[in-house]
Design a protein around this ligand. Structure first.
Ligand SMILES: [Zn+2]
Length: 332
């Protein structure tokens, strides 16, 4: 077993001092870290998501070297010029059950607030898993050989080595993102038929959602069904944004103030029409998946949000600080 990674006192001191020096030299900026799920154990097909051990050291580092604030409070503090140096917010997208089962105990241990952006249509016992997770399930469980998807117009794929499965999962997920909903549905149904229908339920139940909210996790909106908004007509896009918000508000009995664009790439996944719809729906702020930190001069409805991809605590912390130092002047 790997020794758990820990940041040492010298690393922590350096990160705090560097963060404070950045704070002295410019107006403070805010880094928002985004996760999807936390894995019970490492999974080679999901290697961009942390397992419990990695999530634990990342939270230990944030608790020790940064100021972690609730997202809404941090945005207000930024507006009012009173954001502390080295401020970070923690977010999760989509509404995975592992946020409740695996992340929440660690967040509570370190007394860290967080926000989860929930795709409202997947909350509930019969809602099933998201299409991308159904692709991963099929690629994980199908026997070695060739995966023939010519019937649904997607050619054939290799399921030999682990590396081939990883590439197949990535290619099918990328292809699936931009398929029209009906074609994507036939792809996923076809994979379900081949791989067996049994899936572990991955998404939050309504009870878990309420429990998260009662434990200091803010609930944000992320549409009903996680569409690429630019692929929808305006009426459907507006319904995804507005009804997604209302469904979550009905569950938690509170206003939902924050929104994250599904997939989150400007121009590709959402455009100016959707920014305006989100503004009109009464949200306080909205988030993309652009790399960088939030500064006071950005569009409140297109705020960047990203996660350092580094595998050691010091580098992870340093990358957050570099985003804070650069603000929205990110190298492309
Ligand atoms: Zn998402």
């Amino acid at each position: 077993m790997n020794r758990p990674k820990r940041h040492n006192w010298l690393g922590a001191l350096l990160l705090r001092a560097t963060g404070s020096a950045i704070g002295l030299s410019r107006q403070h900026s805010l880094a928002v870290v985004n996760y999807h799920r936390v894995l019970a154990r490492p999974d080679p097909l999901l290697d961009t998501e942390p397992d419990v051990a990695a999530f634990h050291w990342q939270m230990a580092l944030l608790a020790d070297c940064f100021n972690v604030m609730p997202l809404h409070d941090a945005l207000r503090a930024l507006d009012e010029g009173r954001l502390p140096p080295r401020t970070v917010c923690i977010t999760f997208d989509d509404g995975y059950r592992s946020v409740h089962d695996l992340a929440l105990p660690i967040l509570r241990k370190f007394k860290l607030p967080a926000t989860v952006f929930v795709t409202s249509g997947f909350i509930g016992s019969n809602a099933g898993n998201m299409w991308n997770d159904r692709i991963i399930h099929a690629v994980q469980s199908l026997p070695a050989g060739t995966l023939d998807l010519t019937d649904v117009g997607l050619g054939s794929y290799s399921l030999g080595s682990l590396e081939e499965r990883k590439q197949t999962a990535q290619r099918l997920t990328e292809a699936g993102k931009y398929l029209p909903p009906l074609e994507r549905d036939s792809l996923v149904k076809c994979l379900d038929r081949m791989s067996g229908m049994h899936h572990d339920a991955l998404m939050l139940t309504p009870e878990m959602l309420v429990a998260l909210e009662r434990n200091g996790v803010e609930i944000g909106a992320h549409t009903i069904s996680h569409p690429i908004l630019t692929s929808l007509d305006d009426e459907s896009a507006r319904a995804e944004i507005v009804t997604g918000k209302r469904q979550l508000e009905a569950l938690i009995g509170k206003p939902v103030r924050l929104f994250a664009y599904p997939n989150g790439k400007v121009g590709q996944d959402y455009d100016a029409r959707h920014v305006e719809m989100v503004r009109q729906a009464g949200f306080f702020a909205a988030f993309t998946t652009a790399v960088g930190a939030i500064t006071g001069d950005q569009d409140r409805f297109q705020l960047p949000r990203s996660r350092p991809w580094d595998r050691t605590p010091f580098r992870f912390g340093l990358r957050l600080l570099s985003w804070m130092a650069l603000g929205n002047r990110q190298p492309r």
